[in-house]
Design a protein. Structure first.
Length: 562
């Protein structure tokens, strides 16, 4: 590999790579904490148990360490006192009269001290300030005690004869450093003919420290094993408690989705069994209530359908008789003529109302089937506009069709879409206050859309929320002037939904209203948007000047294919 290709990665790059991963990890951990009761319970149990074990472990460790040190110290003091007593006895029993003999006695005493104390760290130092003696043996200092006998300890031994003192020190360990704990015990000896001497014995507590370290290791391993065991036990217990809760949640979701026959298994006699029984009782009551409502709805639908069918025969007879009278109305007197005209008008309206009720009952019963065929929505809208042109002119409204884009055929039921466009145009003519009405058609590769825009009074948000309700009117005191039944928009919404489309409304008081119909080109296509915007661009305008045009001539309409 070429050395030119080897480059050092800057430290900041690595940090930038690790930082997002850490943030993402804690983000996932936080999400798990918020969403999982089981995770929170186990984690809290482990943390609190770990804290308790830590506190107890620290207390036990200090207690054992203190007890172990005190035991070792007591043993060292006892052995030191015994060794000092044996050495003093040996020194007192000697009758040595020269330096060599006295040195031999001192050496023998030190061997006795080493044997009894079990330590080789021994020092014998002549107490300073005494008269010089030719018999006085030389000081003896083991190398392991070099620098470890403090002046304070020597001063205490010198000033307090026949007493024992100790001091904590560190001895050289196996690695060469001062890392082994221990003590130095000091007392005094009386050497006949030589004066007073200080006796120091060092004790290394390394073995005790190893025992303590081993106990700590065992304690840490035991604590870790205990935490794992606690976590496992908590997980099992929590799963045992949480699983029924999860079952209740899953059953609730299925119940909300319409599966009224789902139930929770009842096991045992504890609180969870009581919860399951209560939930099942609630589900039974809900299922029974919904069944009653469904049966009532079916009866209501059947009643409306039966009444509508039964009314058709007498209504047909009345309509035929009324048509005969209406055809001869000019032969009647003035009041009678007016009565015949009212009879004809209301009979037609009653017939339309009956047809709409039958259509609504079909939708309520779920028995509507579409007769789809390739249909061009521009041509369909032009035909409806042409048929309603005279009605619009009577109301003072000009109609205009705008079709800016390509318009491929869509698989729709032309009769139902023609009814939607007719209802929307009739609604716009009635509430358009004699102002222009614009019908727009546009499409894309997935959907075709049609919107009807008027510049009338408009509606509030509360009124928009109820505009598709049956028999609802924004102004109850206002009568229908073009013979509407009050079901047109409700049926239009059902027709749009039957095509897997949408019928949306936008309105603003003083700015008018827009109804937008969007249907997919085929039944297999899902809507992801609409080719036409719902909110118009001229929201704050009274109406664009180009909408005030004459009657629409559909013969001059150009349709541009995509």
């Amino acid at each position: 590999m070429s050395t030119d290709a080897v480059r050092q990665v800057p430290a900041g790059t690595a940090r930038r790579g690790i930082g997002p991963r850490v943030v993402a990890f804690f983000g996932r951990l936080g999400a798990l904490w918020r969403r999982s009761l089981q995770f929170r319970t186990v984690l809290i149990t482990v943390l609190l148990s770990g804290l308790a074990i830590l506190v107890i472990g620290i207390y036990i460790t200090f207690s054992i360490a203190s007890s172990l040190f005190q035991q070792q110290l007591d043993d060292a003091l006892d052995r030191s006192n015994d060794a000092a007593a044996a050495a003093q006895s040996t020194l007192e029993a000697t009758d040595a009269s020269d330096r060599a003999a006295l040195d031999s006695v001192v050496e023998q005493s030190l061997r006795t001290v080493g044997t009894i104390s079990g330590s080789s760290a021994i020092a014998v130092l002549r107490v300073p300030g005494q008269e010089t003696s030719t018999l006085a043996p030389q000081d003896r200092l083991a190398s392991s005690l070099g620098g470890r006998i403090s002046p304070d300890l020597r001063e205490s031994v010198q000033e307090n004869p026949d007493e024992t003192f100790w001091q904590s020190v560190s001895f050289a360990g196996a690695g060469g450093g001062d890392d082994d704990p221990g003590v130095v015990v000091g007392t005094d000896l009386e050497v006949r003919g030589a004066g007073r001497y200080e006796l120091y014995i060092g004790y290394n507590f390394a073995a005790a420290e190893e025992t303590l370290a081993f106990m700590q290791t065992i304690g840490i391993a035991g604590a870790a094993a205990l935490l794992v065991l606690l976590a496992a036990i908590t997980l099992l217990v929590v799963r045992w408690v949480i699983e029924p809760v999860r079952t209740v949640a899953a059953t609730s979701r299925r119940l909300a989705a319409g599966d009224l026959g789902v139930r929770i298994p009842e096991k045992g006699e504890d609180e969870l069994a009581t919860l399951a029984a209560s939930f099942n009782g609630m589900a039974d009551s809900l299922q029974a209530r919904i069944g009653e409502l469904a049966e009532l709805s079916v009866m209501q639908q059947r009643f409306v359908s039966d009444v509508s069918h039964e009314l058709r025969t007498p209504l047909t007879t009345i309509r035929l008789a009324g048509d005969v009278l209406y055809g001869q109305r000019e032969e009647f007197a003035g009041p009678t003529e007016r009565t015949v005209e009212l009879l004809h008008t209301q009979t037609v309206r009653f017939e339309n109302l009956l047809a709409d009720l039958l259509e609504i009952s079909r939708y309520d019963a779920g028995s509507v089937e579409l007769a789809t065929e390739p249909t061009n929505l521009v041509h369909l809208a032009g035909d409806v506009i042409e048929s309603m042109h005279d009605l619009a002119r009577e109301r003072g409204s000009d109609l205009r069709l705008i079709a800016p884009g390509g318009h491929l055929d869509a698989e729709v039921d032309p009769r139902r879409l023609r009814r939607i466009v007719g209802n929307l145009l009739g609604n716009a003519i009635e509430h358009g206050e004699g102002r222009p009405i614009v019908v727009s058609v546009d499409s894309d590769q997935h959907a075709v859309a049609l919107s009807v825009r008027d510049y009338g009074l408009g509606m509030t948000e509360e009124q928009q929320a109820r505009v598709f309700d049956r028999f609802w009117r924004a102004d109850p005191s206002r009568t229908r002037t073009i013979g509407g039944t009050g079901l047109g928009l409700a049926i239009s919404l059902e027709d749009a939904v039957a095509h897997r489309g949408t019928l949306d409304v936008w309105s603003k008081p003083g700015a008018g209203t827009v109804f937008r119909l969007t249907v997919p080109r085929s039944r297999d296509t899902a809507l992801s948007g609409s080719p036409l915007p719902l909110e118009p661009a001229d929201v704050d305008a009274d109406g664009p000047a180009e909408t005030s045009v004459g009657p629409l001539d559909t013969r001059s309409l150009e349709v541009h294919d995509v």
